[in-house]
Design a protein around this ligand. Structure first.
Ligand code: ADP
Length: 443
């Protein structure tokens, strides 16, 4: 308290005021002292001037000290208040402190030491109280801010929920539309394919070379269109969880040979070698043969589509823990690591421009991804731009029949069991694995 202190003494008794002034001077307090003799004057001076401390007599002519303290505090005048009491008892002192007095001192104990001590402690206490009040105010403010932010977050969450709901509704509608449309398109497509096949049969009359060529084109385009329509139908079924696996025991090597056989003409047309290597002790598996073939056909058609020259290998091998791996490698254009994940998303293609070189819906890998998940398998991808790609599918030898609640049947020849595996809807926990690295094969 080295600074000059501004002190106000409020007392109607001049003798008391002199005693206070004298004691403070004697105590060596550096101060600027003002004196008033009644409560009203005290109020008006305190409203306009800031003081470091007020010494206030409990009894004044116009009012008592308690009323004055209450008035001061209710008019938000902030100043340390030391009440100088007469013969008042302890209860009065407690009342004064409760009303907002900082401290009190009996007039009979006024001495330089006592007054200086009370003054210093009142100022210290008052400053500490002010800091506490400030901290409380800041705390209240940040608490209120938190509440406001929380309310804002809740509002945003609600909005998100509504948007989410709308999105799911739109997604469902879209899936429904895709399923209906592709279903409706399949009937005329089948008629076009069927009738062009009949027209090409010699017993229906000889077509000219040109006519046969045109009918063949109708047939091939029809088949291609049907394949696209089927892809869309499968995708919409997978999306809405309406595609079920029809599991049975079958010879996987036969299904693989069948798929390769179907794709060979396409590979031949591009002068690509299509090689198959199977290393299986036991070629029986329990799975959906139609869907396993579909996965392989999709991988092979991509391999052929994205390879201009070189070879395509299909390798099948047994893995520990009762699993089978099917690998399709090509010497094609390859895929950049940044696209590894993206290409498994529906409608995603590395080249998304309208003028892209390679046709397709961008649904093949998304369908494979969903099917492999349903089968409890994993997909691995290794690729390098300009070198080639390797897609590896790891499948359990026997897929789990979780929805029918039974163990898979023993794998023996001639044991033909057909079960339906429900689509458990997309589960993101069973993540696809992509291993990024240099292709293991040499070109
Ligand atoms: P689509 O073949 O109909 O475009 P897919 O879902 O089968 O759709 O494949 C998505 C994309 O992944 C392809 O457009 C292509 O960019 C990339 N891709 C898939 N397979 C290969 C491959 N063997 N070599 C290079 N790129 C591939």
């Amino acid at each position: 308290m080295e600074d000059t202190l501004k002190i106000l003494v409020v007392d109607d008794d001049e003798v008391n005021r002199i005693a206070v002034r004298y004691a403070l001077n004697e105590a060596g307090i550096q101060m600027e002292l003002s004196e008033v003799s009644d409560g009203n004057d005290a109020l008006s001076i305190l409203r306009t001037t800031a003081y470091d401390c007020v010494f206030l007599a409990y009894r004044l002519l116009d009012q008592d000290g308690l009323t004055l303290i209450q008035q001061l505090r209710s008019s938000e005048i902030k100043v340390p208040l030391v009440v100088l009491t007469g013969q008042e008892d302890k209860q009065t002192a407690v009342k004064l402190l409760k009303a907002g007095a900082t401290d009190y001192l009996s007039k009979s104990r006024i001495s330089p030491e006592n007054l200086a001590q009370v003054l210093r402690s009142a100022i210290r206490v008052y400053r500490a109280e002010m800091q506490v009040t400030l901290a409380k105010d800041q705390l209240r403010e940040s608490h209120e801010q938190l509440i406001r932010k929380n309310q804002e977050l809740e509002r945003q969450q609600q909005q998100l929920q509504i948007q989410n709901f709308k999105l799911s509704e739109a997604l469902l509608l879209k899936s429904h539309f895709l399923a209906t449309m592709s279903h409706e398109l399949r009937t005329p497509m089948n008629a076009i394919i069927g009738f062009s096949q009949i027209l090409l049969r010699p017993k229906f009359g000889q077509l000219t070379h040109q006519q046969a060529d045109m009918v063949e084109r109708i047939l091939n385009n029809g088949k291609h269109l049907l394949m696209l329509v089927n892809e869309v139908l499968d995708f919409s079924k997978l999306e809405s969880g309406r595609l079920d696996l029809k599991a049975e025991i079958f010879d996987i090597s036969k299904v693989i040979n069948l798929a390769v056989g179907e794709m060979r003409s396409l590979a031949d047309a591009k002068n690509l070698s299509l090689l198959v290597e199977m290393d299986l002790q036991n070629s029986l598996v329990f799975n959906d043969p139609v869907r396993v073939k579909q996965i392989l056909i999709n991988l092979l058609s991509n391999a052929i589509k994205f390879t201009e020259s070189g070879e395509i290998w299909v390798e099948v091998e047994e893995l520990p823990t009762n699993r089978v791996a099917i690998m399709v490698r090509d010497t094609g254009i390859g895929i950049a690591p940044r696209d590894f994940k993206r290409i498994f998303e529906a409608f995603r293609q590395v080249d998304q421009t309208i003028t892209r070189k390679y046709p397709g819906t961008g649904l093949g890998l998304a369908i494979i991804d969903s099917l492999v998940r349903m089968m409890g398998g994993k997909i691995f991808l290794e690729s390098k731009l300009g070198v080639g790609s390797m897609f590896k599918i790891e499948l359990p030898r026997q897929i789990t029949l979780s929805s029918v609640g039974s163990d898979p049947p023993p794998l023996q020849d001639g044991n033909r069991v057909v079960c339906s595996v429900k689509n458990p809807h997309h589960s993101s926990s069973q993540a696809r694995q992509t291993s990024i690295g240099y292709p293991k094969y040499k070109i």
